[in-house]
Design a protein around this ligand. Structure first.
Ligand code: 5GP
Length: 193
């Protein structure tokens, strides 16, 4: 009989527009690292193309509140006003118990909280833009947001960047391939320990 080693937790946070999802998706696509994506619950409506159970478990606000009352979350945050996001115990605990590593894409407050909860069993990684000005330029170039929405995202990014020191490691996404390679090696090293 094989004894499975309990899995570890990899927390990734970043201001919006820093390429976090691209980096996570690329590492999962390569499949070199034994890690499974923890699908969060959210009370925000699905965006076009998002699949329930794959990108998020979509809930009404009432369902989300019931899940809080039932102690279904490891952590949860109201990331945007009226929009709740939470890490489900069922996603994390079963996978870890089976010996798999779990990757969490969560906001800065949730990230800091989960790191405190799991200590050395967790690696917290912060993806940063080269600068706030560069982040603004990228959001403008992407062209999906109004000037007001860009100003709001940039303001939030400035707030979120204040949490970078609370993370174990920071990766600056100046060049995507380099950022992916660095994230890959940091995670692999953590898992080997
Ligand atoms: P989006 O709505 O763009 O998918 O996500 C908005 C933010 O919510 C992102 O920063 C994402 O990392 C964060 N988020 C997603 N799931 C969770 C979660 O389970 N807990 C927390 N605290 N934040 C989450």
């Amino acid at each position: 009989m094989t004894t499975l080693k309990p899995g570890k937790i990899i927390i990734i946070s970043a201001p919006s527009g820093c390429g976090k999802s691209t980096i996570i998706n690329e590492l999962l696509r390569r499949g070199e690292i034994d890690m499974e994506f923890s699908v969060s619950a959210t009370s925000r409506p699905p965006r076009e193309g998002e699949i329930n159970g794959k990108h998020y478990f979509f809930m009404t606000e009432q369902e989300f509140r019931d899940a809080i009352a039932a102690d279904a979350f490891v952590e949860y945050e109201e990331v945007y006003p009226g929009r709740f996001y939470g890490t489900l115990r069922s996603e994390v605990e079963r996978r870890c118990a089976e010996g798999h590593n779990v990757i969490l894409d969560i906001d800065v407050k949730g990230g800091v909280r989960v790191k405190k909860m799991f200590g050395d069993k967790a690696l917290s990684l912060f993806i940063m833009p080269p600068s706030v000005d560069e982040l603004r330029r990228r959001l403008e170039k992407r062209g999906t947001d109004t000037p007001e929405a860009i100003a709001q995202r940039v303001g939030k990014a400035e707030f979120e960047l204040g949490f970078a020191d609370d993370y174990d490691k920071c990766v600056i996404n100046d060049n995507l391939d380099t950022a992916i390679a660095l994230t890959d090696s940091i995670i692999k090293e953590f898992i080997r320990q």
